[in-house]
Write a protein that binds this ligand. Sequence first.
Ligand SMILES: Nc1ncnc2c1ncn2[C@@H]1O[C@H](COP(=O)(O)OP(=O)(O)OP(=O)(O)O)[C@@H](O)[C@H]1O
Length: 687
Amino acid sequence: MQMFRAHWMAPWFNHPFIASELTPRGVVLHLKRERHALEWHELSAPPKLVKGRRLYRLHLYCAQGDIELGWLSKAVAESLHEAVTLGWFRFQAARILPLAEQCLSVLELGYLRQSRWQALQQLLTQAILPGQTSVEHSGTGRERFAWTALTPPPGLSDRETAAIGLIATLISADERWREQCCDDYCQQMLADFSEVFDSLEAHPLTEAQRLACVVDEDHNLVLAGAGCGKTSVMTARAAFLVASGQARPDELLLLAFGNEAAVEMAERLADQPSTATVKTSTFHALGLMILASSNGKTPSLSPLAQQENTRIQAFALWLEQLCAEDEAYSQQLHDWLRRHRFQVVPQPDYRRVAREWAPLVSALKLVGEPEPADLTPALAEQLNLVLPLLHRYQHTLAEQEHIDFDDMIEQATELVRQGRFVVPWRYILVDEFQDISAPRAALLQALRDAKPELSLFCVGDDWQAIYRFSGADVTLTTRFADYFGASRITRLDKTFRFNNQIEQVASRFVQRNPEQLPKTLNTHSRSNSPCVHVLPVDSNSQLDAISRLLGQIAAEQAEVSVYVLARFRFSLPDNAQLAAWHKRFPTLKIAVQTLHGAKGKEADHVIMLGLCRGKYGFPPEQNATGLLDLLLPEVETFPHAEERRLFYVGLTRARQQVFLLADQQIPSPFVKELTGGGYPGVSRWAG
Ligand SMILES: Nc1ncnc2c1ncn2[C@@H]1O[C@H](COP(=O)(O)OP(=O)(O)OP(=O)(O)O)[C@@H](O)[C@H]1O
């Protein structure tokens, strides 16, 4: 052991310190009459060299009281200082090395998500100084140094220096530092995987699309306008995660609402060998799968749930039975229908009532009865008439040991919460997120809670939220972070579908509702003249007007697609008419769709019909708040908010032109708004 001796005159002046030596455990002080061993952990800071006029002192910060070693020559003092400093740092480095390694393994996971950031802070708090990770601590604690102020001495290994540096950095790191780490990660990924983003689709992805693919917060929401390539981003993110080694294909799950969308996504993933085995599913299929794998048997789905027609038929039969069995019920139903719906001659149209009340039964089942205080007498009467239907429905399901889709999602959520389903996925990607309902969002939350490190990636457009009537809650999108917690929202701002003229009209129209999230959309294609045309037509001559339009389109362009869209299915041309058009205009690809059915699709030209006022107009007129309104997610304050979005969906299906067939006598208020000024991109079509 090297001995560091005090000046030989020290004892003459009654100074107790004679020498010190360093051991692996600390410093041993040789005093006049005793030896005193100070272990490294008792030194609460690196030593300090104090220069005197001729002699030096070494100040040792000790937990039990500081000690000063005096009477040191300059040379001895400096080498003792160096040796104690090195020993102290080595001790600290050894102490924090496991912590540094733990922190490093969190950092190496990739994007510094908020959950990872919290994990880091927890590690630091627990390991460094219970309750004190701040740089500026007072000096009264066990440790009296600031990690950030430490300068590791030469002589430490690279690993020791790096560990101390990392801990010092993490202790002083703030939210800005975290964001910088996230940005660095994104830039690195964008550079490393640019080839994937260049070659994955027929077209290279835009910068915004790429960024949306690599951002990897705990919860991610990609907000985009129509035609901004949300589907491309979904599949590209899957490919990126696999290519970057962050997930195996079987750790990814892509969720869609409808079968058609799920199949389309599966087909696009299958185009790439790396993503061919990624699982795509609808929410329903997912629920079924969770129930089957947790309970060991596939649940029996009620035919009442699977086929709308069967359900309506059953409800109509139950209504008829209720009337036959219970005179009072029959009387009440007749009265209510007479006052609020249509003539009951000679008996109610049970099927029609069943069709209208089926969504009420589902909503009542899901959310329970509304507060009596919220009900007008008419609504309270209606509720009394609908409740027996709900009871029969529930009774039938129980008797036949069947479940419906709502039961399935609810039971699946419960099984996941109870830990009875082993979640295999680390990344769940959800398409058309604006259509999500609270129970489905709860299932996502349960999956997330059941699997550490599971990240949600949701792609949606609050401007296209059109399923409130079936329980969708757009506020899950507009208040995404409030619901899910740590989130990052990215935006896609370039649409590839329609031109600037359509964009101008559609964006202005939808943003009249101030509740919609503001977005700016740039368009890939441009046109100098208006592309949204209003054609005033007589309600009986809509088909002739469409035929004329198709003729004009066919004369000008070959091989283009045309969508004929309407608010209600019954307003659409029938199959015979469609077949006639196909025959007459063989170069056109013509399809008819309801506006809800056209969601997610595109055509070169869109013709919208049924644009009139009235109960079956667009927007459909409703006299007062209905029972369904009370049961569905939060009523929006802006009039016809959802119908406005549906109109937006219609406008934005078109790549080139939109033709609006407006009823000449009772035009739709939406069309009146477009032609009433403030929409320079709208023209009156002369034909
Ligand atoms: N980077 C790109 N370059 C060129 N075309 C693109 C790009 N990204 C997407 N597209 C094209 O834009 C069109 C719209 O894409 P997609 O259907 O994915 O949009 P979307 O955002 O899902 O639209 P919507 O919400 O209206 O359904 C498609 O024809 C697609 O091929």
